[in-house]
Design a protein around this ligand. Structure first.
Ligand SMILES: [Zn+2]
Ligand SMILES: [Zn+2]
Length: 237
């Protein structure tokens, strides 16, 4: 298989040995998300003190998300951003394959009884400009490695402004009503769904997708992303 997938670092595409997915330098720069994490949003707690597996961060305790469980592979930083950029460019599918395998291995419970792997959709005007939708590629690969069905259950009916410079409240208003189900509710009723995106920032996009799917009758909605930008906090007074 070596000639098919030459051994390259998934972040900088530098050469690596057979067993490695990251070169030595990128390995020190990337933080794979590790316990302790919030049981719901999967973000790492900022302090490493002992905790129990069912612990929920202050954010999720305050406002329970519509999704049941979200998990990311890496903490978002300049190095893991390059991994996401390489998936976006989609010139080398070995990167997304490695990430999907890692997510599947690391979080087996995320895939428990899941029926569909569903990408967060892009608006068609953005698809034309960009050519591909990274969540599509990741959702396809996650379906592949876990043996679940890839299915586009959602579509974006409203083009949203970029979320980057918006406050949490502005983001929520911006995304509200942006998604609808692209199929008959009978396809979704009683099903368990995994929603897939490239990056989780505030979680508002994933939450909106979960809201729409649950309203259509989904029982469980889990979420998977490559990177996550934030940390969890607990015990705020
Ligand atoms: Zn590297
Ligand atoms: Zn949380």
């Amino acid at each position: 298989m070596n000639w098919l997938f030459p051994h390259k670092c998934i972040a900088c595409s530098g050469e690596v040995d057979e067993q490695s997915t990251l070169c030595a330098r990128c390995f020190t720069e990337i933080t794979f998300i590790d316990y302790p994490i919030c049981r719901v949003c999967g973000r790492m707690f900022e302090s490493q003190e002992s905790y129990d597996q069912d612990e929920v961060c202050d954010n999720c305790a305050k406002t329970q998300p519509h999704f049941d469980m979200a998990r990311s592979l890496m903490q978002h930083n300049s190095c893991s951003r390059r991994v996401v950029m390489r998936i976006k460019k989609a010139t080398d599918y070995s990167v997304v394959k490695i990430c999907a395998e890692r997510i599947h291995m690391r979080y087996p419970r995320l895939f428990d009884n899941i029926d569909y792997s569903v990408p967060v959709p892009s608006h068609w005007t953005r698809l034309i400009r960009r050519g591909n939708n990274p969540p599509d590629i990741i959702a396809l690969k996650l379906a592949d490695v876990s043996g679940i069905e890839y299915r586009r259950l959602l579509k974006r009916v409203r083009r949203t402004e970029y979320q980057k410079d918006k406050s949490a409240a502005e983001r929520r208003i911006n995304i509200e009503g942006a998604f609808v189900c692209s199929c008959d509710n009978s396809v979704i009723v009683g099903k368990n769904v995994l929603v897939v995106d490239d990056v989780m920032t505030t979680g508002i996009t994933l939450n909106e997708c979960a809201k729409v799917l649950k309203a259509a009758g989904a029982v469980t909605v889990n979420c998977a992303t490559i990177t996550s930008t934030r940390q969890s906090y607990r015990g705020a007074k």
